[in-house]
Write a protein that binds this ligand. Structure first.
Ligand code: NAD
Ligand code: UDP
Length: 333
């Protein structure tokens, strides 16, 4: 198929581009490069051994999207483009609604005009909010606790109404848990600008020596070892989940809301130990107060993805850390 990947030069989009291109699909990346670099395109070409098309642009530019989708005879769209920093969304909610919600509306208008009706949306476990029970299944109440989560839920509501209005739409809302790790080539991975806010890229920098120690936020949660627990998922598993979802959509119309996680939470200290094993040295940590807005623990019920898509995550926490560490070393050579 000819597939448009908005946000295609970003972290998850680039890994999904590899999986799809290697399976024989034609991928076209569309990105405004606000949080990625066009160098990724060359790296992807190196990995897959063929040319990858890239168009620079903003998803709010409906006319440009129509032109790109028409030129490349797009048949399906995977919509990764979005802003994802929770703190920034609290400080500037309008920026988040303009980018994430308005951007999606613009994309759907372009698709509607061209009668392209297969759509995968990058949603997030943050739509659930405070757990009423765990693991979160897809019918768990949705009550996001920040504007980023609100923007994801608003898009989900738009997609629900769209699917109800026209039975030809084939839509998957994929609720990601915590994507980490990198492609085995070491050519693409998670490479945030500045000091990382997330655990795994922070650990990579501690291992590389560019940051001195990890602050472990909270040690007295009601969890196995007192530190926060999350459902970390290897980004290549996540990428494969998109291909499985696309195969499913090709045979099933309607809206499908599905968790993509492993179902197995890991604590901060377990991540530190796995990363130490991967890099072969001890990593200094210091205990710090709980981070504002952090939930103690959450993880996915991952059964629906298996049932519908025949997909389950395959790669271990050790593998996530090994690939993240390899990427860090390759990247900073
Ligand atoms: P990323 O920042 O690496 O990739 C997003 C890409 O979208 C970037 O390349 C950015 O330049 C581009 N982009 C942003 N706004 C755009 C716009 N208006 N027009 C065109 N391009 C635009 O982030 P990621 O981790 O790859 O996340 C991809 C998607 O998955 C996002 O929608 C994010 O909210 C969602 N998600 C991510 C996580 C995570 O932990 N990484 C978890 C849940 C959901
Ligand atoms: N965390 C930490 N130190 C850091 C960054 C994160 O202890 O420098 C913890 C955080 O409190 C949480 C877990 O690691 O329990 C995952 O945090 P991350 O920001 O990666 O993901 P999110 O909280 O968004 O799920």
């Amino acid at each position: 198929m000819n597939i448009l990947l908005t946000g295609g030069t970003g972290y998850i989009g680039s890994h999904t581009a590899v999986v799809l291109a290697q399976a024989g699909h034609k991928v076209i990346l569309f990105d405004n490069l606000c949080n990625s670099s066009n160098e990724v395109v060359g790296r992807l070409e190196k990995i897959v051994g063929k040319k990858i098309d890239f168009a620079e642009g903003d998803v709010r530019d409906t006319a440009l999207l129509i032109e790109v989708m028409r030129t490349h005879q797009i048949e399906a769209v995977i919509h990764f483009a979005g802003l994802k920093a929770v703190g920034q969304s609290v400080a500037d909610p309008i920026l988040y609604f303009a980018n994430n919600v308005q951007g999606t509306i613009s994309l759907l208008q372009a698709m509607q005009q061209l009668q392209i009706k297969t759509f995968i949306f990058s949603s997030s476990a943050t739509v659930y909010g405070e757990p009423v029970y765990l693991p979160y299944d897809e019918v768990h109440p949705t009550k996001p606790i920040n504007p980023y989560g609100d923007s994801k839920l608003q898009v989900e509501i738009i997609l629900r109404d769209l699917a109800q209005s026209d039975a030809q739409w084939k839509i998957a809302c994929l609720r990601y848990f915590n994507p980490v790790g990198a492609h085995d080539s070491g050519l693409i991975g998670d490479d945030p600008n500045g000091i990382p806010g997330n655990l795994m890229p922070y650990l990579s920098r501690v291992a590389a020596g560019t940051l001195k120690y990890l602050n472990v936020f909270g040690k007295d949660y009601d969890t196995r070892d007192g530190t926060g627990e999350r459902d970390y998922i290897h980004v290549v598993d996540l990428a494969e989940g998109h291909m499985a979802a696309l195969d499913f959509l090709n045979k099933h119309a309607g809206l499908h809301v599905v968790n993509l996680g492993t179902g197995k939470p890991a604590s901060v200290l377990e991540c530190v130990r796995a990363f130490e094993k991967a890099c072969g040295k001890p990593l200094p940590i210091e205990f710090a107060p709980r981070r504002d807005g952090d939930l103690p623990i959450y993880y996915a019920k991952a059964d629906l993805a298996k049932q519908l898509f025949g997909w389950t995550a395959q790669r271990s926490l050790d593998k996530m850390c090994e690939s993240a560490w390899y990427f860090e070393q390759m990247h900073n050579k």
